[in-house]
Design a protein around this ligand. Structure first.
Ligand code: ADP
Ligand code: ZN
Ligand code: ZN
Length: 733
């Protein structure tokens, strides 16, 4: 007997067995290949799943199996490699396999839609149309013209017909008369465009390039650690050219696409066509087309964000993860996977090279490199003649602050601007102010659903919760005592912008945060303007640290460096070092060495001193030693079980019971911590608790995860309690 084992997109950690659709004969069953989509009954619904295998026996008794409804594809949409990668990720992250595999398909295909035949929409004549005498439509000149065009060729693209003045209505008329019909022209085969010539690599780049090539054809993971501007992208481009010349496809993962049009342009300038770009901002049709081009091998280079790591490829030969330290590679809800880690596994499966590039590698990756599991290539200097910026603190204790700026900073800014440079100010807090308070009674604007204050957004005249997204009108009077003396406390980017307009009235000021950079092209337009070199001030959040080079920036200042200093998270210092190094790296070019100033109340804090005195690499190695002493990742493996419940006590009780059940069965060296309330205990009306596990190695962590998931699944979750597991958590909130 043949049984179809299907990954169904349902929140259950298992595959489901079905009988073949009724009326399927043995020959058809023998021709069924894993990776095709299958429509199946599921409870009272119908869902589209993916066939993972055809097996002989099922654990369910034969009478209990239902028949699948329909096999949707003749050819697999997911090839064997994509299928096994998805199933591996489902096991590793303990996530339902159907939900994981759905990620490898573009949204339109997940619901069972048919893939568009690749190609350009076009029109052609039917047999009836072909038999029509040339003057048959003389009463309608437009129809006659269309007929003439279509008679001249096998098929004409819709775009060309439009350009000739033929409206869709005319074509529909012809279709109604059964004279013409829609069709598609085959896609233009994007011959791997000959790459434009690359730059002559400098010795460090050449060494890195040669080293990667020396491992070509086998699995090898390389950390390319290169300071900002050291020419990592140039190394990627030349490795990609090599990969294409070998007839293979290259997959490039980047943290965010909207912010890096420059990177895309560089790829297009070098390689021309044949690049597929995949990210969630695409329209459904574009995404499907790009995905199909990747799958069929028509796209030679696939560039995408996190989920692109699952895209089926015909012949992968190289994987690149740019800015590998970026937390955007780790999904923080639902399926909590790390695209970087999956990329390494994927390269291993495909027996190809993977390059993880960063100026500020994560301690996980650096550890792997120092332990010899990854190859380690370094680019210690800027490419060309660029110089690294100088960095200093400004002790703001007792200084008057105007809009967050101390007098020495104002002086440095004036200096930079009047000598023709641009100034970049970093303030990682959007909105006008983080709190609104009543001066008469002390009331503070709180989110009704979270343990958090509401942020004042003056431009929109609203209060917003940055945790759950709730908004309320900006109060004019205190709801407790009706006083109109409401104060804003703390500084956000909007307020900083306002005060800059006062203090630097004659200079252009640009604010860069997720509120001001709405719309696809906003960032691109700003970047274009900045490249004119006009002196100006940029004030913005973390967004400023991503991807862009601002060659005319001569001064970078961090308005509130203290905000980074006291993090409850054990990764706090690593993040601070990464962020400050990345901000600092935006500044300067060959003839305008950059300057970096950090405003702080704690100039003698060891972490602050370290930023000044040590390179990122030195700090990272020191932090790695600390982690070793503390027995923390990457020297150990972590996982976290979170609960979420409207009842304030149920989550804690659930996790406590779970702990009692699994603790006796844990491998030696595993430690459980909790249940503890999450740092932000209530979010969006739910109370959140966590149980953390620290394990000595991956194998014990995996074993413990299975035990915890099995126990959690068997415990009754009362009162709408939900739980989730996070393997290798990055965010401990
Ligand atoms: P990264 O990706 O490390 O930030 P890029 O590859 O973007 O560095 O290079 C930074 C700048 O240096 C770019 O303007 C690039 O054109 C230039 N550059 C890179 N490699 C070379 C080289 N070998 N010779 C001359 N200029 C180079
Ligand atoms: Zn009041
Ligand atoms: Zn909220």
């Amino acid at each position: 007997m043949s049984i179809l084992r299907v990954a169904v997109p349902a929140p259950l950690r298992q595959l489901f067995d079905y009988l073949p659709p009724e009326g399927t004969d043995t020959r058809q069953i023998a021709g069924l290949r894993p990776g095709v989509r299958v429509r199946v009954p599921f409870g009272r619904r119908e869902l589209t799943g993916i066939l993972t295998a055809v097996v002989e026996e099922s654990d369910s008794p034969p009478g209990a199996l239902r028949a699948a409804l329909e096999v949707l594809d003749r050819e697999p949409l997911l090839n064997a490699a994509a299928l096994s990668l998805g199933l591996w990720a489902a096991r590793y992250y303990h996530h339902p396999p159907g939900e994981v595999l759905a990620l490898a398909l573009p949204p339109g295909l997940r619901e069972g839609g048919q893939p568009q035949p690749p190609g350009t929409p076009a029109w052609r004549l039917t047999t009836r149309g072909k038999g029509l005498p040339a003057d048959a439509l003389s009463r309608s000149p437009r129809q006659a013209q269309a007929l003439g065009l279509l008679q001249a060729e096998e098929a004409v693209s819709a775009a060309r017909l439009k350009a000739e003045g033929i409206s869709p209505a005319i074509l529909r008329n012809l279709a109604d008369k059964q004279l013409a019909e829609r069709c598609t022209l085959p896609p233009v085969e994007a011959a791997p465009a000959p790459a434009a010539k690359g730059l002559a690599l400098n010795p460090d780049q050449q060494q890195a390039f040669d080293h990667v090539l020396s491992e070509w054809g086998n699995f090898a993971c390389h950390l390319l650690e290169g300071v900002t501007g050291s020419g990592k992208t140039e190394v990627y481009l030349q490795l990609i050219a090599h990969c294409l010349a070998q007839g293979r496809q290259a997959l490039v993962l980047i943290p965010e696409i909207g912010l890096t049009p420059q990177t895309l342009q560089r790829f297009e300038q070098r390689f021309g066509s044949g690049i597929a770009v995949l990210h969630s901002g695409l329209a459904a049709g574009e995404r499907l087309a790009a995905w199909d081009a990747a799958r069929t091998g028509r796209a030679r280079i696939v560039i995408g964000t996190r989920s692109a790591v699952f895209t089926p490829l015909r012949e992968p030969g190289l994987i690149i993860v740019d800015e590998e330290h970026d937390s955007a590679f780790k999904q923080q809800d639902g399926f909590r996977y790390s695209a970087r880690d999956i990329a390494v596994k994927r390269a291993q499966d495909a027996r190809c090279c993977v390059v993880l590039g960063s100026a500020t590698p994560s301690l996980e990756t650096l550890h792997n490199a120092l332990e010899g599991r990854y190859h380690h290539q370094q680019l210690p200097a800027r490419a060309g003649a660029g110089t690294a910026p100088s960095i200093a603190t400004i002790d703001v204790r007792c200084q008057p602050l105007d809009g967050g700026l101390s007098p020495p900073l104002v002086a440095a800014m004036t200096d930079c601007l009047s000598s023709g440079g641009q100034v970049l100010l970093f303030l990682n807090r959007r909105g006008y102010a983080p709190t609104l308070q009543c001066h008469d009674c002390g009331w503070m604007a709180q989110c009704g659903a979270c343990d958090a204050r509401l942020t004042v957004h003056r431009r929109q005249r609203r209060l917003r919760c940055h945790h759950c997204g709730a908004t309320a009108p900006l109060a004019r009077s205190c709801p407790e005592c009706s006083s109109t003396r409401l104060l804003t406390n703390g500084l956000g980017t909007e307020q900083a912008e306002d005060s800059l307009h006062r203090q630097f009235a004659s200079w252009p000021i640009h604010r860069v945060d997720s509120d001001s950079m709405q719309g696809r092209d906003a960032m691109q337009q700003l970047v274009t303007r900045l490249h004119t070199g006009e002196p100006c001030i940029l004030i913005g959040t973390q967004m400023l640290t991503k991807g862009h080079h601002f060659p005319e920036v001569g001064l970078v200042a961090v308005i509130d460096a203290d905000a980074l200093l006291f993090s409850p998270d054990f990764r706090g210092e690593e993040r601070m070092a990464q962020l400050l190094t990345q901000v600092a790296g935006r500044a300067g070019r060959a003839d305008r060495p950059g300057r970096v100033l950090l405003q702080t109340h704690y100039p003698d804090h060891p972490a602050m001193r370290a930023i000044l005195e040590q390179s990122y690499g030195e700090q990272a190695r020191r932090l790695l030693r600390q982690r070793q002493e503390q027995g923390l990742p990457p020297w150990s493996q972590m996982l976290m079980l979170r609960s979420d419940c409207a009842d304030p006590r149920a989550g804690e009780q659930f996790l406590a019971r779970l702990r009692r059940e699994v603790e006796p069965r844990l491998p030696p060296g595993c430690k459980l911590i909790g249940p503890l309330p999450a740092p932000l205990q209530r979010r969006a009306g739910k109370f959140r608790h966590q149980l953390l596990l620290n394990a000595p190695d991956r194998r014990s962590a995996q074993y413990a995860a299975s035990q915890m998931v099995a126990a959690a699944e068997s415990l009754p979750g009362r009162g709408g309690l939900s739980w989730s597991i996070d393997i290798d958590p990055l965010d401990l909130n």
